[in-house]
Design a protein around this ligand. Sequence first.
Ligand code: ADP
Length: 669
Amino acid sequence: MNGQGTGQLQAEKLPGAHNQLSGQLFDNLPIAVYTCDKQGYITSFNQAAVKLWGRTPVIGEDLWCGSWKIFHPDGEPLKLDSCPMALTLKEGIAIEGEEIIIQRPDGTRINVLPYPVPTYNADGELVGAVNTLIDVTEQRYSEAKQAMLASIIESSEDAIVSKTLNGTITSWNISAEKMFGYNEQEMVGNSIRQIIPKTRWQEEDVILEKIASGEKVEHYETYRLTKHGIEIPVSLTISPIRNSKGQVIGASKIARNISRQKAAEESLQHYASNLETLNTVGKLVSEHLDVEEILQQVTDVTTKVTGAAFGAFFYNKLDEHGESYTLYTLSGASKEAFEKFGMPRNTAVFHPTFSGECIVRTDDITKDPRYGKNPPHYGKPQGHLPVVSYLAVPVISKSGTVIGGLFYGHPEAGKFTEYHESLVESVATQTAMALENAKLYEEIQKLNAKKDEFIGLASHELKTPITSLSGYLQIINHRLPADDANKAFIEKALSQINKLTSLIADLLDISKIETGQLPFTFTVFDLLQLVHEVIEAMQYSTKTHRLVLNTNLDELLVTADRQRMEQVIINLFSNAIKYSPGASLVNISVSVADNKALVSVQDFGLGITHEQQERIFTRFYRVEDLGAGISGLGIGLFISKEIIKRHNGRIWVESGQGKGSVFFFEIPV
Ligand code: ADP
């Protein structure tokens, strides 16, 4: 059915006021209008009303309202006979602004303001009513949206502020008030620069410029100023505000206080860096054997991680008077700051540390009951470091001996916490261990030095009688007639004496190497010639092995100590023979490469495992279980290595167990 037609027709038929509505105008009004007769039957309606109801009412059937269902604004159902139009007809009065909700057949709901007005005929009798329905859905929706937004802004924990493009504040929420201390009245209309530190004003210019060009600034971390002049770290998100035409007219700014986050980040960073430092100390104390270095590092690092102004380690050593602790290392102050003062150990303050009784940590040592009780200072001596916060941790060895104490001070009160205490405590345990190791090492060093001294002395003492023994035997040998059968014995004795002499010479060399006094005499000579000579001499006394030389050279001139080089070559040849009991060949090669003379000695004997190869060049090392009859002192390769090193050369081995060995050495030509 055509709504427009029906409406027009019915309006024309109606008497009185209804007839006054011009059909055309009525039907084309953009506002919904309809009329009812006295009984409430709908008598006319325009097109806007049909649109609003979502249906076309049936004339003579529909009562009071063209809508199916109506509700109160709170959503409660409203009976049709109680709707504003019904009331107007019942009571003959106009009703204004009683908002209702109407539901269309498709289920959509519309907020409507009805304005029913009664109509009377010329005799003043009520003949019906005309109702105007105003759709306020949009308005209600945006009101609700507005209210919701406002409540979000008010309940947000972030400061939400809007401003114009020149930085004038246009809104300021509760959180902004809480965060910056200014209330809305103080801020709206004023410049945002009020909360920006002067040094950061330029930052605001850049931000406003970006916003003006339509850009957004996200998670920008900076500082803002509170009413009390405190700078707080904030994270800003600033977005442009646009008008209906899309032009940027201002900016909305959300500021989040990131103090806590910053503090957490900082403390995490602090914690991590402390851990790292402690890790370094741990490594350091376990790697170093130098007492002074260990203590200095420990003192420096712990002074840093505790935030102390001064830190010190007092070693548990009695001074000449048998009483005082001697200052060992110091951090944050000069040694002179302490040296003037005696450090009596049995004062009430120091006793717990030096006796290893417990850790002492106090926020203000000058207020501690133990403070100021003992002579000679009765408290802090004049000119002493200004210690108020105090922390002292004993360094105790595994066996329970107090090695010393770590002491920390700060001129302000309450600087040291339980955390610092436990940090230093764990470092103290590590330090005690490191100091014990260092002490053991020191003792070993001393014993070693004694042993070297003994070897030096013993070999020297042995040399004298052996030299005279050899002299006498040579004289006897000369005096015996050439065909005397005893000559053979004398020669055997002399050869044994030679072996003994070379052993003693090796021992002497060892002690000279240790003291850095192994002498060298450099001359230019032919190394190839030397190798030939040694082969010849050794082949003479060796019946089991053949010494074979491979070389393309005629001559190989080097600048070296001839005697020492001979010593190396003899050592390598005799080892090759000695450690290849089942073999019969030793291959020797002499060559030049990269301006270096290279000598190699290959045997087909026992071979050396990879692990042993690293150790055979050290002093007194011999591979175990070599089998019976292979004797030695484990010093030949050590001396050879030292000799080659002093020639700026290199000595090494390539071998494997049971595969024979090749020893190489090279020296510059
Ligand atoms: P010594 O031969 O007096 O024991 P060295 O310093 O000359 O002392 O050699 C050290 C160790 O190296 C020897 O005890 C031996 O175990 C090993 N070694 C040296 N040369 C060889 C070799 N050619 N083959 C196998 N093992 C060797």
